[in-house]
Structure formats: structure tokens, C-alpha cells
Ligand binder design. Structure first.
Ligand SMILES: Nc1ncnc2c1ncn2[C@@H]1O[C@H](COP(=O)(O)OP(=O)(O)OP(=O)(O)O)[C@@H](O)[C@H]1O
Length: 485
């Protein structure tokens, strides 16, 4: 499903299964889109109080007690199919630590049925590539980890990896508002199996720690990007499309007291919480359409996700919650983030490009055909000698000599063959003068303004002058020749 320009980011809630699901506090409404959360007042202070505060959040769907297959179908499939058509896509999981983000994105490795969105997306990409034989696809993978504000290439250990350049890794902005990570390796992949091997390799390199709420807690944010390029095999045009499919597993926010983290795990938690709070700030700014500045550069995470949070991207967020009563505050804060994200606007467009080499080849072919057409036209109009190629030195000398004789009066009549040569010459002079004039105007503009390249051709006026010459005959040509000599 491709988002319509101007629609909002799709947001779904997924709850981690638990025997102690707080039904009295978390209520999923029958519309399948609304969740109400009730919180006992002053529960933090231990005051016994039966009063409840309630909040209601309307999102795009609730994934409660559903299989991994259904999650992929409702969250991932549309974004993946869009990426194959040339739309950028992002699937991102957000939520407190232990709420099931990694389970949703990667899944349980020990059970095929429990594989998550990433392996299913890779499977779908290669299945589609095989099906769409009228297109040639090229697929590359990159796997970025952001750990304690440091960018790490999770596929740097892969054989043949070019390695990081002298400047190290950095998020860089591209023309047109996109971002890329300088120094991050890109790996060509030709099959699902090869892609899964890279995913496995990257997962092995991820930093995992243990604390009270999750014994396998991701201590970093991870972005697996599938870079897709597709060209038609049937149309020989120079157009091709590209897209980036970002599959993002964020580290979980955590209450330091609750997780009982110490030492390195505590330090990591502080970095994670800080980057997530900057992510919230960026989302707040994106959701507020009156704000023209979004603070993307405050952390590596927001900077790396600059082109993935709405805008020219088909974005879906999964808000993972852990529905136990003891986690109700974290659930509320996840749902608040989710409802802000739902206000972020998307304007996805197909990323279409033109291959310059193919374009030149195509234009040359077109010129050749037009010349042939023109020569047929000239033959029919009895102008068989008319040439649109550059005149040879002998032809130029011949014209000069005849013009001189004609102007001196020693030549009374100009024959047809000569006229055609003259017309050809006028055509070329007009072209040369036109180019010179264009360059002059450009140079003048450059002095005062930043020149905006615009194909503002004056070819029309050249063509008009030539047709005028054709209409008026030798007198006009004489004038043009006198003017330009
Ligand atoms: N929908 C689910 N079905 C079955 N098990 C789940 C589900 N969601 C989460 N779990 C289990 O809960 C545990 C915590 O999940 P997971 O590691 O995915 O959380 P997380 O949000 O990624 O945590 P962190 O932010 O700390 O990395 C794991 O053992 C996982 O297998």
C-alpha cells in the first residue's frame, strides 16, 4: 500500500504477550484502531486511590495476539512492494525495553514461523525480483548500528568490504534532502540466501546486554537498508528508479531504576534515552506543520533517519508495548510518541532518474532520425543539396568566392545549388551566433546572480530567422551575410 501524498505516517500498536496483561488498564476497542489507557491516580506515590485518569489513542491498527505472518502482512508488505516500485520506505519499531521490537523486526531465529519483518521483507524482495522479469533489479544491503553516539558498520567484517576511509563514518546530507552514511559498506546481493547471510553476520556483531527487564537487550539502534535499483528490460529509455528500504530496530527506552542497570549498561541506557528523547523532539517538530526547522542534527540517530521519518518516504511505525500494570507509564509514553508520529505527513514520490550516457545515446539517435526525415522533406521540396552538417572548408571557400563575385557584380545569378549551400551556411551561422549570444547572456547573469540553469533556448528565434531567410530569398541572405561578415 503506497501512501497518498499528504497522508500521515501509519502507526500500529503491538503488544508483547504476557500472562499478566493489564486488561483493566489497557482496553482495545472493537474498531481495531483505538486503545484506551486508564491509570490509577497517584499510583506512583503508593496512595490507595480508586480514581482513574483515562487517555484514548486512535491509531491505524492494533496487533494483539497475532502471528508474525500477520504482522508482516499489515506492516511490512506494502512498504516492501512500494520500494520495488521506486518509493522509499521505512518500517520502524519503537517502545520500552523488552516490549518486543527486536522480536517484531528480526524475530526468533530458532523458529522459521517466528521470523520477523526483516527476513520476510528480504524474502519478498527476491521473490518479486524473480517474478518481475521485465525489469533488471540490482539490490545492495547496508547495516548500520548507532551505539553510544558512534556509527558502526555491522557488515565491516564481511570479506571484500572496502573499509572506512580516512574521515571515518559520518552522516552526510545529499542534494535533494536525502542522507547517506559516508564510509558505510554497501553489499551487492543476488539472492534471499545471500541477504540472510549478511543479516545473520550483522546480527552477530550487534551489541547486546542484559538487565532486569530483558536478558537480551539491544544496546544500540540498528538500521538495515535495502538499496534497490530497477530498469526496464523492455523499454530502452534512459529512465531508471531507485529506492531505500529502511528497517529500523531502535534500542528501548528504559527507566534506570527499574532495569537496575549499572556500569556500562547504565552508560548505554543514558545514551539510548538521550537519543530517543531527541527523536521525540524531531517528531514533535515534524508533526507541527507551522515549524520550518526540525532539529535532525542533534544526534546521530535523528540525523541518520532524516529522510526516513515521513516526507519522501512511505513510513510505518510499530509502537511496541509491554501490557503489564507495572509498565503502564512506559506504555503511556510509547502511545503518546505513537500518536505524535501519526501526525507526521508523508509525500512519497517515485525516485526516477535519467542515465546521462543512455540519454545522450538516445538523443543522438533522435537527431539522426530527424536528419533523415528532413532530407526526405528537402527532396520532396526540390532542395536536394541542403545539408545540415557542418560545411567543409572547400564549401565555405566556394561560398565566399561566389558572394564576393555577386557583390562585386561579376556574377549576375546565383544558381539553386549555391543557394542551398548558402542556406546551410546561414543555418550554421545562426546556430553559432545563437550559442554565442546564449553564452554572453549567461556570463552577464553570472556576474549579478547565481545562475539557475534553465534550458531557455532561443532556438525558436534562430529557426524563425532561417525561415525568414528562406522566405525572402537572396536579398535577405545578402543582408545576413553582410551583417555577419
Ligand atoms: N509477540 C511476541 N511473541 C512472543 N515473544 C515475544 C513477543 N514479543 C516479545 N517477545 C519476547 O520478549 C522478549 C523481549 O523481546 P525483545 O528482545 O524483542 O524486546 P525489545 O523491545 O527489542 O527489547 P530491547 O529494547 O531491550 O532490545 C524476547 O524474549 C522475545 O522473544
Amino acid at each position: 500500500m503506497i501512501a497518498h501524498p499528504g497522508s500521515e505516517v501509519r502507526v500500529l500498536i503491538r503488544s508483547r504477550p504476557t500472562a499478566n496483561f493489564a486488561q483493566e488498564l489497557i482496553e482495545y476497542l472493537p474498531d481495531g484502531q483505538t486503545v484506551s489507557v486508564h491509570q490509577r491516580k497517584d499510583s506512583r506515590k503508593g496512595v490507595v486511590n480508586n480514581q482513574l485518569s483515562s487517555w484514548s489513542f486512535r491509531l491505524d491498527g492494533v496487533l494483539h495476539d497475532v502471528s508474525q505472518e500477520e504482522v508482516y502482512g499489515r506492516v511490512g508488505r506494502g512498504v516492501v512492494l512500494g520500494a520495488l516500485e521506486g518509493y522509499n520506505g521505512t518500517v520502524m519499531c519503537f517502545g520500552q525495553t523488552g516490549a518486543g521490537k527486536t522480536y517484531t523486526m528480526t524475530g526468533a531465529t530458532e523458529n522459521y514461523k517466528q521470523r520477523g519483518i526483516i527476513p520476510r521483507a528480504l524474502q519478498e524482495v527476491f521473490h518479486e525480483v524473480e517474478q518481475r522479469s521485465d525489469h533488471a533489479f540490482s539490490v545492495h544491503l547496508s547495516f548500520l548500528e548507532i551505539y553510544n553516539e558512534t556509527l558502526v558498520d555491522l557488515l565491516a567484517s564481511v570479506r571484500g568490504c572496502p573499509g572506512v576511509g580516512p574521515g571515518g563514518m559520518a552522516v552526510v546530507e545529499e542534494a535533494g534532502g536525502g542522507v547517506s552514511v559516508r564510509g558505510l559498506s554497501l553489499h551487492p546481493v543476488h539472492s534471499e540466501e545471500a541477504a540472510l547471510n549478511l543479516l545473520f553476520e550483522g546480527e552477530m556483531n550487534r551489541i547486546i546486554g542484559a538487565h532486569a527487564l530483558n536478558k537480551n537487550s539491544s544496546r544500540s539502534h540498528c538500521i538495515l537498508t535495502v538499496h534497490i535499483e530497477s530498469r526496464s528490460r523492455t523499454l530502452s529509455d534512459a529512465k531508471y528508479v531507485t529506492s531505500k528500504l529502511n528497517l529500523v530496530d531502535l534500542a528501548g527506552s528504559e527507566r534506570l531504576g527499574k532495569t537496575g542497570s549499572e556500569g556500562q549498561v547504565l552508560k548505554e541506557a543514558m545514551y539510548i534515552n538521550k537519543s530517543l528523547s531527541f527523536l521525540e523532539q524531531a517528531i514533535l517538530a515534524l508533526a507541527d506543520r507551522r515549524r520550518d526547522h526540525v532539529p535532525f542534527r542533534q544526534t546521530k540517530l535523528t540525523h541518520a533517519l532524516k529522510d526516513s521519518l515521513g516526507g519522501n518516504c512511505n513510513t510505518v511505525l510499530v509502537a511496541n508495548i509491554y501490557g503489564e500494570a507495572s509498565q503502564i507509564e512506559e506504555t503511556l509514553s510509547t502511545l503518546r510518541f505513537a500518536s505524535r508520529m501519526k501526525c507526521v505527513q508523508m509525500d512519497p514520490v517515485v525516485n526516477e532518474h535519467t542515465d546521462p550516457v543512455l540519454q545522450v545515446r538516445k538523443l543522438e539517435k533522435e537527431i539522426q532520425l530527424l536528419k533523415q526525415e528532413l532530407s526526405i522533406h528537402n527532396t520532396l521540396a526540390n532542395r536536394m543539396g541542403m545539408s545540415y552538417d557542418t560545411l567543409s572548408e572547400t564549401q565555405v571557400a566556394e561560398i565566399q568566392s561566389q558572394v564576393r563575385r555577386y557583390l562585386e557584380g561579376s556574377l549576375d545569378e546565383i544558381n539553386d545549388q549555391f543557394m542551398l549551400l548558402v542556406l546551410s551556411s546561414v543555418w550554421h551561422m545562426c546556430c553559432v551566433l545563437n550559442r554565442q549570444q546564449e553564452q554572453k547572456v549567461k556570463a552577464q547573469l553570472c556576474q549579478n546572480y547565481t545562475l539557475v540553469e534553465k534550458a531557455q533556448s532561443t532556438a525558436g528565434s534562430t529557426a524563425a530567422k532561417v525561415s525568414l531567410c528562406l522566405m525572402l530569398g537572396p536579398v535577405a541572405i545578402k543582408m545576413v551575410l553582410l551583417q555577419t561578415s
